[in-house]
Design a binder for this molecule. Structure first.
Ligand SMILES: [Zn+2]
Length: 304
């Protein structure tokens, strides 16, 4: 047990190097980021609604540096995968529009038609978890970020293997894709807050806007993942003061960089270990193609 927990702590500690957001049109805005973990230490009860298997112990916190360096790299060409070339500029990639994979309007939920959001607002009272809230901390947790046209295909693969992953849609995407959110919840998938519109959440954004990004994000459980993995002391305090735990990742598929399904499979299977957290997105067919192979490999090793 302690060994598992130690690994879990390492996962969050390693948390965030690199990240991205899918943008409409299939492109991606890659941003490499480095943060240190800032997590809480108390034991938290996992919500029975979202995570059925009891409690998860928070990872051991590490020292929290006062600032975080965020670097950005230019969007990749679709055919090459150049090494990221960090610059010192602090880019603020701001998705210009909510990814809307389908032109047809999202069907309204039958229960509470409360425009403009079509996503069900699950009560969050008492729904606290630690880290990423992995209900099986000895296994690998798959996570899917942002929003995009592959959500349904990804869910179909997960259902085929009876796997519960954690999804981090932006508030904007969740609001516009209520039917998909309903399906995820009905399926028993876990959800987390990934901000409202996916900015880099640093103090320069201002406390009011940082708070808005958290409060208007989609938050059916108290797990938060920073866009791009970028945070600083100010934004982390705003998130944690609202009772959220912060979820990073330990395996970055770099799907946004145009990695092939083969490469994505190789990255995940070679780095997988108990407690690992895999970062994928909802926009890429390569992830859909890689998932069955990844799952088969990990299942054969007892890791998922
Ligand atoms: Zn994201």
């Amino acid at each position: 047990m302690s060994r598992v927990l130690a690994v879990g702590a390492a996962v969050v500690g390693l948390a965030t190097v690199g990240g991205c957001v899918a943008v409409p049109g299939g492109g991606a805005i890659p941003v490499a980021a480095t943060t240190a973990a800032s997590t809480t230490t108390e034991r938290r009860t996992v919500s029975p609604l979202e995570e059925p298997t009891g409690t998860v112990t928070a990872p051991t916190p590490t020292a929290t540096p006062p600032t975080v360096t965020v670097t950005s790299i230019p969007p990749p060409s679709p055919t090459t995968t150049p090494a990221p070339k960090p610059t010192t500029t602090k880019a603020t990639p701001k998705p210009t529009a909510t990814p809307k994979p389908t032109p047809k309007p999202a069907p309204k939920p039958t229960a509470t038609p409360k425009p403009p959001s079509t996503a069900p607002q699950t009560p969050v009272t008492g729904s606290t978890v630690s880290g990423c809230g992995n209900p099986n901390p000895g296994k690998v947790l798959l996570t899917f970020d942002d929003g995009g046209p592959k959500a349904g295909a990804i869910l179909a693969v997960l259902d085929r293997y009876n796997i519960k992953a954690r999804w981090f849609p932006t508030g904007q995407w969740a609001n516009a894709n209520g039917a998909m959110i309903q399906r995820l919840i009905a399926d028993g998938q876990m959800l987390g807050n990934h901000s409202y519109s996916h900015p880099q959440m640093l103090a320069s954004l201002g406390r009011t806007e940082l708070a808005r990004q958290v409060d208007q994000g989609y938050h059916p459980s108290k797990v938060f993942r920073f866009p791009y993995g970028a945070s600083d002391a100010t934004s982390r305090s705003i998130v944690t003061s609202r009772g959220y735990s912060i979820c990073g990742w330990s395996i970055d598929t770099l799907d946004w960089r145009g990695n092939s399904a083969d490469t994505i499979t190789q990255i995940v299977t070679s780095q997988a270990r108990p407690g690992a957290v895999v970062l994928m997105h909802l926009s890429f067919q390569t992830d859909v193609d890689a998932l069955p192979r990844i799952i088969a490999n990990l299942r054969g090793r007892g890791l998922i």
